[in-house]
Write a protein that binds this ligand. Sequence first.
Ligand SMILES: Cc1cc2nc3c(=O)[nH]c(=O)nc-3n(C[C@H](O)[C@H](O)[C@H](O)COP(=O)(O)O)c2cc1C
Length: 143
Amino acid sequence: MSLHRIIYLSTAADNLSIDELKQLWIKAKSNNEKINVTGILLYIDGDFLQIFEGEKEIVQNLFELIKIDKRHKSIITVYNNTIDKLVFPDWSMAFSSTDYKEIQKLQGFENITRKNMSKIDDKTAIIFINTFVESHRNEVVYT
Ligand SMILES: Cc1cc2nc3c(=O)[nH]c(=O)nc-3n(C[C@H](O)[C@H](O)[C@H](O)COP(=O)(O)O)c2cc1C
């Protein structure tokens, strides 16, 4: 079995309501539980940053579905490759909603904007998520 990780950024569709966002996450989480995919979905001022990991074929097939989902657009793949170890093994799809103003308070990410977020690399994305989770433990929904 080969492990795989995908990290991407996207922008939510203009008409995506908070309710629909919640439904999306609930469904994603329950699907992922069945197929042993783990990760985190961050909603930042209408942008998504998602990391998900698991068995290669399953993860790649899921990404094909996610890419054609009309609830978001402008998908930028940050990472799509084999990995040795899962970085988020415990969460079927943790979720948190935040904004750029809030993440600019994180050490090392003071200059982050919507524009330069699109140039983030995989290592920085993981550091960013870990830094965010560390400082916003109570605002992240894990289960
Ligand atoms: C930003 C975003 C993230 C998503 N993440 C996941 C996910 O982690 N797992 C998942 O199964 N579906 C996810 N989806 C939904 C898929 O695109 C697709 O609707 C879903 O897998 C179909 O599931 P169903 O065939 O059981 O209805 C996501 C969609 C969007 C827009």
